[in-house]
Design a protein around this ligand. Structure first.
Ligand SMILES: [Zn+2]
Length: 371
Protein backbone atom coordinates (compact mmCIF):
# COMPACT_ATOMS: atom_id res chain seq x y z
CA UNK A 1 0.00 0.00 0.00
CA UNK A 2 2.78 2.29 0.97
CA UNK A 3 4.63 1.31 -2.18
CA UNK A 4 1.52 1.80 -4.27
CA UNK A 5 1.02 5.27 -2.82
CA UNK A 6 4.62 6.12 -3.60
CA UNK A 7 4.18 4.99 -7.19
CA UNK A 8 0.99 6.94 -7.53
CA UNK A 9 2.72 9.95 -6.04
CA UNK A 10 5.57 9.68 -8.55
CA UNK A 11 3.08 9.16 -11.39
CA UNK A 12 1.10 12.19 -10.21
CA UNK A 13 4.24 14.31 -10.26
CA UNK A 14 5.08 13.16 -13.79
CA UNK A 15 1.54 13.84 -15.04
CA UNK A 16 1.47 17.19 -13.27
CA UNK A 17 4.79 18.03 -14.87
CA UNK A 18 3.57 17.10 -18.33
CA UNK A 19 0.31 18.97 -17.85
CA UNK A 20 2.02 22.06 -16.51
CA UNK A 21 4.59 22.00 -19.32
CA UNK A 22 1.75 21.72 -21.80
CA UNK A 23 -0.28 24.33 -19.98
CA UNK A 24 2.75 26.59 -19.89
CA UNK A 25 3.02 26.44 -23.66
CA UNK A 26 -0.70 27.08 -24.18
CA UNK A 27 -0.70 29.83 -21.59
CA UNK A 28 2.27 31.49 -23.20
CA UNK A 29 0.47 31.60 -26.51
CA UNK A 30 -2.80 32.75 -24.94
CA UNK A 31 -0.88 35.53 -23.25
CA UNK A 32 0.00 36.84 -26.67
CA UNK A 33 -2.88 39.12 -27.50
CA UNK A 34 -4.35 37.88 -30.82
CA UNK A 35 -5.35 41.43 -31.76
CA UNK A 36 -2.37 43.10 -33.40
CA UNK A 37 -2.40 46.81 -32.62
CA UNK A 38 1.21 47.89 -33.14
CA UNK A 39 3.63 46.66 -35.81
CA UNK A 40 7.39 47.20 -35.58
CA UNK A 41 8.80 46.16 -38.97
CA UNK A 42 12.58 45.91 -38.91
CA UNK A 43 14.73 45.51 -42.02
CA UNK A 44 18.40 44.65 -41.86
CA UNK A 45 19.57 45.87 -45.25
CA UNK A 46 21.76 43.12 -46.70
CA UNK A 47 21.30 40.90 -43.62
CA UNK A 48 21.25 37.31 -44.84
CA UNK A 49 21.67 34.33 -42.55
CA UNK A 50 25.46 34.42 -43.05
CA UNK A 51 25.60 37.99 -41.71
CA UNK A 52 23.71 36.88 -38.59
CA UNK A 53 25.88 33.75 -38.27
CA UNK A 54 29.13 35.71 -38.66
CA UNK A 55 28.01 38.11 -35.93
CA UNK A 56 27.16 35.21 -33.62
CA UNK A 57 30.43 33.38 -34.36
CA UNK A 58 32.38 36.59 -33.77
CA UNK A 59 30.98 36.96 -30.27
CA UNK A 60 31.76 33.38 -29.30
CA UNK A 61 28.19 32.14 -29.94
CA UNK A 62 26.67 34.43 -27.31
CA UNK A 63 23.00 34.62 -28.38
CA UNK A 64 21.84 37.72 -30.23
CA UNK A 65 18.53 39.36 -29.34
CA UNK A 66 17.31 37.86 -32.62
CA UNK A 67 17.46 34.46 -30.92
CA UNK A 68 14.58 35.56 -28.67
CA UNK A 69 12.32 35.36 -31.75
CA UNK A 70 9.36 33.03 -31.19
CA UNK A 71 8.77 32.10 -34.83
CA UNK A 72 11.18 31.95 -37.78
CA UNK A 73 10.55 31.93 -41.52
CA UNK A 74 12.35 32.51 -44.81
CA UNK A 75 11.60 35.00 -47.59
CA UNK A 76 12.26 34.86 -51.34
CA UNK A 77 13.61 38.22 -52.43
CA UNK A 78 13.69 38.26 -56.27
CA UNK A 79 12.25 41.34 -58.01
CA UNK A 80 9.91 41.64 -61.00
CA UNK A 81 12.78 41.88 -63.48
CA UNK A 82 15.76 40.30 -61.74
CA UNK A 83 16.48 37.17 -59.72
CA UNK A 84 18.76 39.34 -57.62
CA UNK A 85 16.90 42.34 -56.23
CA UNK A 86 18.20 45.76 -55.27
CA UNK A 87 17.05 47.65 -52.18
CA UNK A 88 14.54 49.73 -54.17
CA UNK A 89 12.56 46.79 -55.57
CA UNK A 90 12.91 44.83 -52.32
CA UNK A 91 11.87 47.87 -50.26
CA UNK A 92 8.88 48.36 -52.54
CA UNK A 93 7.96 44.67 -52.16
CA UNK A 94 8.19 44.87 -48.36
CA UNK A 95 6.37 48.22 -48.20
CA UNK A 96 3.60 47.74 -50.76
CA UNK A 97 3.23 44.00 -51.34
CA UNK A 98 4.03 44.45 -55.05
CA UNK A 99 7.07 43.08 -56.87
CA UNK A 100 8.58 45.75 -59.09
CA UNK A 101 11.67 46.34 -61.23
CA UNK A 102 15.07 47.04 -59.69
CA UNK A 103 15.53 50.75 -59.04
CA UNK A 104 11.81 51.57 -58.68
CA UNK A 105 10.41 53.14 -55.49
CA UNK A 106 6.74 52.65 -54.57
CA UNK A 107 5.61 52.06 -58.15
CA UNK A 108 4.72 48.84 -60.01
CA UNK A 109 6.56 47.61 -63.16
CA UNK A 110 4.26 49.91 -65.22
CA UNK A 111 5.44 52.86 -63.08
CA UNK A 112 2.01 53.22 -61.45
CA UNK A 113 2.06 54.22 -57.75
CA UNK A 114 1.20 51.49 -55.24
CA UNK A 115 0.17 52.41 -51.72
CA UNK A 116 2.47 51.35 -48.89
CA UNK A 117 1.46 49.77 -45.59
CA UNK A 118 2.65 52.97 -43.88
CA UNK A 119 0.33 55.09 -46.02
CA UNK A 120 -2.57 52.69 -45.38
CA UNK A 121 -1.83 52.74 -41.63
CA UNK A 122 -2.00 56.55 -41.70
CA UNK A 123 -5.35 56.46 -43.51
CA UNK A 124 -6.63 54.11 -40.82
CA UNK A 125 -5.68 56.51 -38.05
CA UNK A 126 -2.56 54.75 -36.80
CA UNK A 127 0.57 56.68 -35.86
CA UNK A 128 3.51 56.00 -38.21
CA UNK A 129 7.29 56.25 -38.18
CA UNK A 130 10.50 55.60 -40.12
CA UNK A 131 13.98 55.19 -38.59
CA UNK A 132 17.14 54.49 -40.63
CA UNK A 133 20.93 54.69 -40.33
CA UNK A 134 21.43 55.82 -43.93
CA UNK A 135 19.61 58.74 -45.56
CA UNK A 136 15.83 58.83 -44.98
CA UNK A 137 15.61 59.32 -48.76
CA UNK A 138 17.54 56.11 -49.46
CA UNK A 139 15.73 53.19 -51.09
CA UNK A 140 14.36 51.25 -48.11
CA UNK A 141 12.66 54.07 -46.13
CA UNK A 142 11.76 55.82 -49.43
CA UNK A 143 9.70 52.80 -50.53
CA UNK A 144 7.38 53.35 -47.53
CA UNK A 145 6.42 56.95 -48.41
CA UNK A 146 7.48 57.84 -51.97
CA UNK A 147 6.40 56.92 -55.51
CA UNK A 148 9.13 57.62 -58.07
CA UNK A 149 10.52 55.59 -60.93
CA UNK A 150 14.13 55.81 -59.78
CA UNK A 151 15.80 55.52 -56.40
CA UNK A 152 18.25 58.21 -57.54
CA UNK A 153 15.53 60.91 -57.42
CA UNK A 154 16.36 61.67 -53.79
CA UNK A 155 15.32 65.35 -53.87
CA UNK A 156 11.87 64.29 -55.13
CA UNK A 157 11.77 61.51 -52.51
CA UNK A 158 12.44 64.14 -49.79
CA UNK A 159 9.32 66.05 -50.93
CA UNK A 160 7.18 63.04 -49.97
CA UNK A 161 7.91 63.79 -46.31
CA UNK A 162 5.66 66.83 -46.84
CA UNK A 163 3.02 64.81 -48.69
CA UNK A 164 2.54 62.13 -46.01
CA UNK A 165 1.59 62.50 -42.37
CA UNK A 166 4.34 60.27 -40.98
CA UNK A 167 4.62 61.22 -37.29
CA UNK A 168 8.32 60.54 -36.82
CA UNK A 169 11.26 60.13 -39.19
CA UNK A 170 14.92 59.86 -38.25
CA UNK A 171 18.14 59.26 -40.18
CA UNK A 172 20.54 61.08 -42.49
CA UNK A 173 19.97 62.90 -45.78
CA UNK A 174 19.70 66.58 -44.74
CA UNK A 175 21.18 67.78 -48.02
CA UNK A 176 18.20 66.46 -49.98
CA UNK A 177 15.97 68.75 -47.87
CA UNK A 178 18.11 71.90 -47.74
CA UNK A 179 20.68 71.88 -50.55
CA UNK A 180 18.38 71.45 -53.50
CA UNK A 181 18.33 72.37 -57.20
CA UNK A 182 14.94 74.10 -56.74
CA UNK A 183 16.26 76.24 -53.86
CA UNK A 184 13.50 75.13 -51.49
CA UNK A 185 14.25 74.45 -47.83
CA UNK A 186 12.03 71.51 -46.99
CA UNK A 187 13.00 71.63 -43.31
CA UNK A 188 11.31 75.06 -43.05
CA UNK A 189 8.25 73.73 -44.88
CA UNK A 190 8.15 70.77 -42.50
CA UNK A 191 8.36 73.14 -39.50
CA UNK A 192 5.43 75.09 -41.00
CA UNK A 193 3.55 71.80 -41.22
CA UNK A 194 3.99 71.21 -37.49
CA UNK A 195 7.18 69.16 -37.32
CA UNK A 196 9.97 69.88 -34.90
CA UNK A 197 13.15 69.42 -36.96
CA UNK A 198 16.29 68.39 -35.06
CA UNK A 199 19.87 67.61 -36.08
CA UNK A 200 21.42 66.03 -32.97
CA UNK A 201 20.72 62.78 -31.10
CA UNK A 202 20.37 64.69 -27.81
CA UNK A 203 17.51 66.70 -29.31
CA UNK A 204 15.75 63.49 -30.34
CA UNK A 205 16.06 62.08 -26.82
CA UNK A 206 14.80 65.23 -25.08
CA UNK A 207 11.88 65.75 -27.53
CA UNK A 208 8.48 66.07 -25.84
CA UNK A 209 6.12 66.85 -28.77
CA UNK A 210 4.31 64.62 -31.23
CA UNK A 211 5.77 65.23 -34.72
CA UNK A 212 9.51 64.88 -35.14
CA UNK A 213 11.88 64.95 -38.09
CA UNK A 214 15.55 64.22 -37.33
CA UNK A 215 18.22 64.64 -40.01
CA UNK A 216 21.52 63.81 -38.35
CA UNK A 217 23.90 63.94 -41.31
CA UNK A 218 24.21 65.35 -44.79
CA UNK A 219 23.71 61.97 -46.49
CA UNK A 220 24.53 58.59 -44.92
CA UNK A 221 25.07 58.55 -41.17
CA UNK A 222 28.52 57.42 -39.99
CA UNK A 223 29.11 53.68 -39.72
CA UNK A 224 29.49 52.05 -36.30
CA UNK A 225 33.26 51.78 -36.87
CA UNK A 226 33.25 55.53 -37.59
CA UNK A 227 31.59 56.28 -34.24
CA UNK A 228 27.81 56.33 -34.80
CA UNK A 229 27.33 55.10 -31.23
CA UNK A 230 23.95 54.08 -29.81
CA UNK A 231 21.83 56.16 -32.18
CA UNK A 232 19.76 53.28 -33.64
CA UNK A 233 18.62 51.56 -30.42
CA UNK A 234 18.06 54.94 -28.69
CA UNK A 235 16.20 56.50 -31.64
CA UNK A 236 14.09 53.35 -32.00
CA UNK A 237 13.08 53.47 -28.33
CA UNK A 238 12.23 57.17 -28.56
CA UNK A 239 10.21 56.70 -31.76
CA UNK A 240 8.17 53.91 -30.12
CA UNK A 241 7.48 56.17 -27.13
CA UNK A 242 6.25 59.02 -29.38
CA UNK A 243 4.11 56.77 -31.60
CA UNK A 244 2.45 55.06 -28.65
CA UNK A 245 1.47 58.47 -27.27
CA UNK A 246 0.19 59.71 -30.65
CA UNK A 247 -2.62 57.24 -31.37
CA UNK A 248 -5.03 55.09 -29.38
CA UNK A 249 -5.49 52.97 -32.49
CA UNK A 250 -1.89 51.76 -32.55
CA UNK A 251 1.06 52.36 -34.82
CA UNK A 252 3.21 51.12 -37.70
CA UNK A 253 6.95 51.80 -37.79
CA UNK A 254 9.74 50.64 -40.08
CA UNK A 255 13.24 50.55 -38.57
CA UNK A 256 16.17 49.91 -40.89
CA UNK A 257 19.68 48.73 -40.04
CA UNK A 258 20.80 50.32 -43.29
CA UNK A 259 24.53 49.77 -43.36
CA UNK A 260 24.92 46.01 -42.95
CA UNK A 261 24.60 46.27 -46.73
CA UNK A 262 27.50 48.72 -46.93
CA UNK A 263 29.77 46.15 -45.25
CA UNK A 264 28.78 43.55 -47.84
CA UNK A 265 29.47 45.92 -50.75
CA UNK A 266 32.87 46.76 -49.26
CA UNK A 267 33.54 43.06 -48.50
CA UNK A 268 34.39 44.19 -44.98
CA UNK A 269 33.37 41.73 -42.26
CA UNK A 270 34.08 44.22 -39.48
CA UNK A 271 31.44 46.57 -40.94
CA UNK A 272 28.94 43.74 -41.46
CA UNK A 273 29.39 42.49 -37.89
CA UNK A 274 29.39 45.87 -36.12
CA UNK A 275 26.30 47.01 -38.05
CA UNK A 276 24.50 43.72 -37.33
CA UNK A 277 25.32 44.03 -33.62
CA UNK A 278 23.88 47.57 -33.64
CA UNK A 279 20.74 46.47 -35.50
CA UNK A 280 20.35 43.61 -33.02
CA UNK A 281 20.44 46.13 -30.16
CA UNK A 282 17.47 47.88 -31.77
CA UNK A 283 15.75 44.48 -32.15
CA UNK A 284 16.20 44.02 -28.40
CA UNK A 285 14.54 47.40 -27.76
CA UNK A 286 11.60 46.37 -29.98
CA UNK A 287 11.19 42.93 -28.35
CA UNK A 288 11.28 44.56 -24.88
CA UNK A 289 8.59 47.02 -26.01
CA UNK A 290 6.47 44.07 -27.21
CA UNK A 291 6.93 42.40 -23.80
CA UNK A 292 5.60 45.52 -22.05
CA UNK A 293 2.81 46.22 -24.58
CA UNK A 294 0.61 43.22 -25.52
CA UNK A 295 -0.76 43.59 -29.04
CA UNK A 296 2.66 44.51 -30.43
CA UNK A 297 4.08 42.43 -33.29
CA UNK A 298 7.77 42.70 -34.23
CA UNK A 299 8.83 41.28 -37.61
CA UNK A 300 12.53 41.39 -38.49
CA UNK A 301 13.77 40.51 -41.96
CA UNK A 302 16.15 41.64 -44.71
CA UNK A 303 15.56 43.09 -48.15
CA UNK A 304 18.28 40.82 -49.61
CA UNK A 305 21.69 39.41 -48.78
CA UNK A 306 24.78 41.45 -49.73
CA UNK A 307 28.25 40.15 -50.47
CA UNK A 308 27.61 36.42 -50.86
CA UNK A 309 29.17 36.05 -47.42
CA UNK A 310 30.35 32.61 -46.36
CA UNK A 311 32.19 31.32 -43.33
CA UNK A 312 34.77 28.72 -44.42
CA UNK A 313 37.06 27.03 -41.96
CA UNK A 314 40.21 28.85 -40.93
CA UNK A 315 42.73 27.41 -38.49
CA UNK A 316 40.55 24.83 -36.73
CA UNK A 317 41.49 25.90 -33.22
CA UNK A 318 38.74 27.13 -30.91
CA UNK A 319 41.33 28.32 -28.41
CA UNK A 320 42.50 31.02 -30.78
CA UNK A 321 40.03 33.91 -30.96
CA UNK A 322 38.97 34.83 -34.51
CA UNK A 323 41.12 32.12 -36.12
CA UNK A 324 38.64 29.26 -36.22
CA UNK A 325 36.88 30.75 -39.23
CA UNK A 326 37.33 33.17 -42.09
CA UNK A 327 34.76 35.53 -43.53
CA UNK A 328 34.75 35.43 -47.33
CA UNK A 329 32.66 37.42 -49.79
CA UNK A 330 31.82 35.96 -53.20
CA UNK A 331 30.60 39.26 -54.72
CA UNK A 332 30.58 42.99 -54.09
CA UNK A 333 26.89 43.00 -54.96
CA UNK A 334 23.66 41.43 -53.75
CA UNK A 335 22.69 37.75 -53.95
CA UNK A 336 19.43 35.88 -54.48
CA UNK A 337 19.61 33.67 -51.39
CA UNK A 338 16.52 33.47 -49.14
CA UNK A 339 16.63 35.78 -46.12
CA UNK A 340 15.48 35.01 -42.58
CA UNK A 341 12.27 36.31 -40.98
CA UNK A 342 12.14 36.58 -37.18
CA UNK A 343 8.76 37.23 -35.52
CA UNK A 344 7.94 38.14 -31.94
CA UNK A 345 4.75 39.01 -30.06
CA UNK A 346 1.11 39.16 -31.14
CA UNK A 347 0.48 37.26 -34.39
CA UNK A 348 4.10 36.10 -34.67
CA UNK A 349 3.01 32.53 -35.49
CA UNK A 350 1.87 33.67 -38.97
CA UNK A 351 5.47 34.12 -40.11
CA UNK A 352 6.75 30.61 -39.48
CA UNK A 353 6.99 29.47 -43.10
CA UNK A 354 8.73 30.06 -46.43
CA UNK A 355 7.09 32.97 -48.21
CA UNK A 356 7.47 35.64 -50.86
CA UNK A 357 8.78 38.96 -49.54
CA UNK A 358 5.46 40.54 -50.67
CA UNK A 359 3.54 38.17 -48.36
CA UNK A 360 5.01 39.96 -45.33
CA UNK A 361 3.22 43.34 -45.80
CA UNK A 362 0.05 41.51 -46.90
CA UNK A 363 0.06 39.59 -43.60
CA UNK A 364 0.88 42.72 -41.58
CA UNK A 365 -2.02 44.61 -43.21
CA UNK A 366 -4.41 41.74 -42.46
CA UNK A 367 -3.28 41.53 -38.85
CA UNK A 368 -3.67 45.30 -38.40
CA UNK A 369 -7.07 45.06 -40.16
CA UNK A 370 -6.17 47.95 -42.44
CA UNK A 371 -8.87 48.95 -44.92
ZN1 LIG B 1 23.05 47.11 -51.42
Amino acid sequence: MKRMTKHLFVAAIIVAGLVSADYGYAKKNKNVDPEVKNVIFMIGDGMGLAQVAATTVNQGYKPLNLERAQFIGLAKTYSANNRVTDSAAAGTALATGTKTNNGAIGVDPDKQPVKSILEKAEENGLATGLVATYSVTNATPAAFIAHVESRNMEEQIAEYYLKTDVDVFMGGGKKFFTDRKDGRDLTEELEDKGYTMVYELDDILSFKGDRLGALLSSNAMPKMIEGRGDYLPLATGKALEILQKNSDKGFFIMVEGSQIDSGGHKKDASVVISETVDFDQAVGVAFDFADRNPGTLVVVTADHETGGLSIPSGKPDFSLPDQGVKYEFSTGGHTGIFVPIYAYGAGAENFSRIMENIDIPHLLEQLLKLK
